[in-house]
Write a protein that binds this ligand. Structure first.
Ligand code: AMP
Length: 283
């Protein structure tokens, strides 16, 4: 496995990989790797791509400095995991490589519109603008043929699709299924901050999402949402949002919205001090 900390080193190496006719698969991460990340990386390797994993905790996408500070970091452990997976390349840049002299190297003026301000965007102002900046920069550096991301971050996935279309990049993006613990709790780097008791409580998120999905044919989104939020709150989880959305546009669905061919339920809850997001596909 090759480890690069500089843009120039990685670019020179990847030019050679491309000149051998190999395809490049890219999995961007913020580290603190878990089996959710591993599934993306395994998939890329299994498809036969020269696989690049980046580990970079992007300060620009943290609206809360406390969250940035508390974000788990364990590069030594991450490198060990990546090596065991058979990952070919790790990119571990410092801030000065991604944003030289503090400069924002992105050129896009992509207007995220409502996608940037709804759901996660409403509770984490500036988050998606920061995410777009780092993704544009990383895609420019790595120039992958394939980009693998998780459906856990559904809004992020839809926004990156939009970025790729906007920049007319020649990269195929595929969203991969959410990896969960046996309890149903979606894996997240933030889960290391949960005690076992908190994890049991947080497993309620998936149970409630599953129940809500089962009620979709019979009841209005508003009714289901009200009951689901009450159940979550009764279990000691503080709900920021719990919404039925159109899976293409993330428009909120209410009883009056009529039908679409893709429906998800998306939610963000606080389990004590830890903010967790999850979603489930309904249609
Ligand atoms: P992060 O390190 O949180 O920025 O995540 C890096 C990538 O892993 C993103 O594309 C995430 O959507 C994806 N990911 C995170 N958690 C999971 C999970 N539980 N299942 C599948 N993919 C995930």
């Amino acid at each position: 496995m090759f480890l690069f900390k500089t843009v120039q080193g990685l670019r020179t190496y990847l030019d050679e990989v491309r000149s051998r006719g190999e395809t490049i698969g890219f999995v961007p991460t913020m580290g603190a790797l878990h089996p959710g990340h591993e599934a993306l990386i395994r998939h890329s390797i299994a498809e036969g791509h020269h696989t690049v994993v980046s580990i970079y905790v992007n300060p620009k996408q943290f609206n809360d400095p406390g969250d940035l500070e508390k974000y788990p970091r364990d590069p030594g452990r991450d490198l060990h995991i990546l090596n065991n997976l058979g990952c070919q390349v790790v990119f571990l840049p410092g801030d000065e490589e991604v944003y030289p002299a503090g400069e924002d190297r992105s050129v896009s003026y992509l207007d995220l519109g409502k996608l940037g301000t709804t759901l996660e965007g409403a509770f984490r102002p500036g988050h998606f603008e920061g995410m777009v900046k780092v993704m544009e920069r990383l895609l420019d550096i790595v120039e992958p043929d394939y980009l693998w991301m998780g459906q856990k971050d559904l809004q992020q996935l839809i926004i990156v699709e939009k970025l790729i279309r906007y920049l007319a990049l020649d990269v195929k993006l595929e969203g991969r299924p959410i990896v969960r613990e046996e309890s149903g709790l979606a894996l997240s780097s933030r889960n290391v901050r949960l005690t076992e008791a908190q994890k049991r409580k947080a497993a309620g998120i998936f149970q409630v999402l599953t129940e809500a999905r089962g009620q979709y044919e019979r009841e209005s989104p508003e009714n289901i949402k009200e009951k689901a939020m009450e159940t979550l709150e009764n279990r000691g989880l503080r709900v920021e949002y719990f919404e039925f959305v159109d899976g293409h546009t993330l428009e909120l669905l209410t009883g009056q919205n009529g039908k679409t061919d893709s429906v998800f339920i998306v939610t963000a809850v606080w389990c004590d001090e830890v903010r967790l997001i999850d979603n489930i596909r309904v249609l």
